[in-house]
Design a protein around this ligand. Structure first.
Ligand code: GTP
Length: 358
């Protein structure tokens, strides 16, 4: 038996305004809350029990888990105050059944990955490591802390984000999935915020513990930003990212009750949510259209997220935009990458326009 802790208590500030009412791991991705993709992947890898470490909007997780059968035991641990990544793992300890030397998997709640989870646990067991980290190589590591290893795979340091080329000693970064020997979790201080990346891991190295890195260059994506979120959704629909919760793949996923005009072009891994509507002549490419949203005639929407019940008016052009729940974008507006429209906002027709040759 293997247990896992899923860290899902963060505020998801980079994905605002989508995360104002719904915590990031509960946002629907390819038809189900993102956390379901992670839970079912863990289940397929032989995990039999999951502790959901919640804090921000814990009620939303509780309501969902109470009525769902995910084929695996799910226990909810809720922090009164957010305890950070390490504090959340420590807070989950009384909810774990594993013995002191048994492996406990820990996942960040926003990582989409093709990692061989079972392989990571087996590696942890065979090396006798205290902690084993999943590392992934990235082309440009300047936005991340770096995790160099020696030839045997032993982690030698946890380095802050590099600011010069000379500081880029490896392209491997912490990919947000770990295996802990359970007794290592016991040693994390309780009752106060702790960062696993900044405090727990460096302290383990300092104490001479065996911390091992496993580099896997397969699919990996952190869904923390709007553009990454639409990419993750797209990749799940198209089949580029694996999940047992997506039964079949195609150019689009239309959820029950949605209406897509036969004169609309919807493709690129777009998800059309329940009861959503796409009108004649609309082009919707690589988007996430949440439940009950409307995209009116002739609108062109690319790489964007359209919130629950939001309306994109006739002839609008949206690229890389986030439209909050219930917002109304009046006809003829043009919104480009980075624009975020707050829930319930109303943009009068033709208020924002860019040159027509764009
Ligand atoms: P941003 O605010 O956009 O950075 O997103 P985030 O809140 O998810 O933070 P971050 O991506 O750094 O967190 C990594 C993982 O740890 C995510 O899955 C979070 O849900 C989770 N997490 C972060 N802080 C806490 C916490 O205090 N408690 C719990 N239970 N989970 C946390």
């Amino acid at each position: 038996m293997t247990e896992a802790v899923l860290l899902v208590g963060g505020q998801g500030t980079r994905l605002r305004p989508l995360t104002i009412n719904t915590p990031k791991p509960m946002l629907p991705v390819a038809g189900v809350p993102f956390t379901v993709h992670q839970i079912t992947r863990a289940r397929e890898a032989g995990v039999t029990r999951i502790v959901l470490a919640t804090s921000y909007r814990a009620d939303v997780f509780r309501e969902f888990i109470d009525v769902s059968d995910l084929g695996i035991e799910v226990v909810i641990a809720t922090e009164d105050e957010p305890l950070g990544t390490g504090g959340a793992i420590r807070h989950a300890l009384p909810f774990l059944d594993s013995g002191p030397d048994e492996p406990v998997l820990v996942f960040n709640g926003d990582v989409l990955t093709g990692l061989d989870i079972r392989g990571l646990v087996d590696h942890h067991d065979s090396t006798g490591s205290d902690v084993t980290l999943y590392l992934t190589p990235v082309d440009d590591p300047r936005a991340y802390g770096l995790v160099p290893t020696d030839l045997s795979g032993r982690v030698t340091a946890f380095l802050e984000k590099p600011t010069t080329d000379a500081e880029i000693v490896t392209h491997n970064i912490n990919a947000g999935c770990y295996v802990f020997r359970r007794s290592v979790i016991d040693s994390i201080p309780g009752g106060r915020p702790v960062s696993v990346e900044r405090e727990t891991f460096p302290a383990l190295l300092e104490s001479g513990a065996l911390v091992t890195g496993v580099v896997d260059s397969g699919y990996w994506l952190d869904l923390g930003t709007p553009l990454a979120f639409v990419q993750g959704s797209r990749d799940l629909v198209l089949g580029a990212a694996p999940s047992p919760a997506v039964p079949s793949h195609g150019d689009l996923l239309v959820l029950p009750g949605a209406q897509v005009s036969s004169r609309a072009q919807v493709h690129g891994g777009t998800v059309v949510g329940r009861e959503a509507f796409i009108a004649d002549g609309a082009v919707v490419d690589g988007c996430v259209v949440f439940d009950g949203a409307r995209i009116e005639a002739g609108a062109r929407v690319h790489n964007s997220i359209v919130g629950v019940g939001a309306v994109v008016g006739e002839g609008c052009v949206l690229h890389g935009t986030v439209v909050g729940d219930g917002a109304v974008i009046g006809a003829g507006n043009e919104l480009l990458t980075g624009v975020r429209v707050w829930p319930g906002a109303i943009l009068a027709p033709g208020t924002v326009r860019f040159s027509s040759d764009r």
